[in-house]
Design a protein around this ligand. Structure first.
Ligand code: SAM
Ligand code: SF4
Ligand code: SF4
Length: 363
């Protein structure tokens, strides 16, 4: 022990310690191990972190802010269980894990996952095979029935729930979503009640986009009227954001849960915009890092560019016919990011050429 070493031996003791350390550090085995670990970390930093599955590209709602042609270009509407099985097999392989570090799997991109008849079987499978990966789901709660809510909560199949609740009355809700508010509210309240009863620690994020918020944000952000808002008199339109929020805020479990106004994006208005009028020097891809780190997988296995590419216009490859890793390394994907990073939106074409519609607007 250093404190028992007499004063004149301090120096000798330190030299011995330093030599030992240097010997260890310079040992070829040690150097090799450190280099390999450093390279691994560097590689993983460039790899994937998120898998975004579209278990269903169908939806029971028809939101004013969601593109009318969403998912139309891909005929397969439901992702089969076998595709999730293959994807999971790949992401749990040692080869894949040397390059990528998946933190979360979302099941509900570009549609409503609860319309897939195998959704519970898929969630159970994911829980068993990848318990360490966070399972994320956004839904409008229409097809998240009481029976499914019971199973999901009892078995802890989802780690984070997101939901949009876009009005305080059946009428205002319908004006945004063309869907049945009473059923949605029934399911949502049941979820909140059962979660409490079962002591489930599953955060819920509720987002609100009222009719007023959407119309005024699009008007302010893009200078146009939303294509599916009908003839609106914006000056006399009232906003029921507070009423919507007040209906739910006291039922939530704070600070774990949140209820907030959504920042509006204009992906549903792309067809109204003439790309030749856009001054690209003003814009970046607003979610570039996220897009680079995510594999967006459509029901037929196509890996498409990003969540704001509603009609799956840019496809890098098919992860079921090949593999996630092959598509990750594909020339098409590489070229896409070269252009995107250099803001060559026009060269990429649709949907990135209307990059102004990908920005978030406030009202
Ligand atoms: C595209 S949806 C898909 C998942 C699911 N069907 C749902 O709506 O929750 C994912 C999230 O994007 C949000 N979203 C959709 N269109 C939007 C827009 N134009 N601006 C801002 N957020 C939008 C929705 O509120 C939803 O929470
Ligand atoms: S935003 Fe979600 S709930 Fe609304 S139509 Fe699109 S996919 Fe369906
Ligand atoms: S559509 Fe293109 S520019 Fe827009 S968010 Fe997606 S990748 Fe970025």
């Amino acid at each position: 022990m250093r404190k028992n070493v007499s004063g004149k031996n301090y120096l000798r003791w330190d030299i011995v310690r330093l030599c030992n350390k240097a010997g260890k550090v310079l040992h070829p085995q040690f150097v090799k191990q450190r280099l390999r670990r450093g390279l691994g970390r560097l590689r993983k930093r460039e790899g994937l972190r998120y898998i975004s599955l579209s278990l269903s590209s169908a939806c029971s709602a028809d939101c004013i802010y969601c593109p009318a042609n969403r998912g139309e270009s891909i005929k397969t509407k439901m992702m089969p269980f076998e595709s999730v099985e293959k994807i999971t097999q790949e992401i749990t392989s040692r080869h894949f894990q040397r390059m990528h570090n998946i933190e979360s799997i979302s099941i509900s991109t570009n549609g409503d996952a609860f319309l897939n008849k195998d959704v519970i079987k898929i969630l159970r499978f994911l829980k068993r095979k990848v318990p360490e990966i966070k399972k994320v789901c956004f839904t409008n709660f229409r097809a998240f029935t009481k029976e499914k809510i019971d199973i999901v909560l009892r078995e802890g199949l989802i780690d984070f729930m997101g939901c949009n609740i876009d009005g305080s009355t059946p009428e205002s809700y319908y004006s945004v979503k063309k869907a049945d508010y009473n059923k949605v509210r029934e399911h949502l309240l049941y979820f909140i009640e059962m979660r409490k009863k079962l002591w489930r620690d599953m955060p819920l994020m509720m987002s609100i986009t009222t009719f007023y918020a959407y119309v005024s944000s699009i008007r302010k952000g893009l200078g146009i009227y939303p294509s599916r808002a009908g003839d609106v008199d914006i000056e006399n339109l009232s906003d029921d954001f507070q009423q919507t929020r007040d209906q739910y805020k006291d039922l939530l479990d704070h600070p774990k849960d949140h209820i907030l106004k959504t920042g509006v994006r204009g992906w549903a208005e792309r067809h109204q915009i003439d790309p030749s009028t856009i001054d690209y020097s003003h814009y970046n891809c607003p979610i570039l890092d996220r897009v680079k780190q995510t594999a967006y997988i459509a029901p037929d296995g196509s890996w498409w560019s990003c969540c704001w590419d509603g009609n799956n216009e840019i496809i890098f490859g098919n992860v079921i016919d090949t593999s996630i890793h092959d598509v990750f390394l594909s020339q098409k994907r590489k070229r896409f990011f070269e252009l995107l990073e250099n803001r060559k939106f026009k060269e990429i074409g649709s949907p990135c050429e209307t990059v102004n519609c990908c920005q978030e607007f406030g009202c």
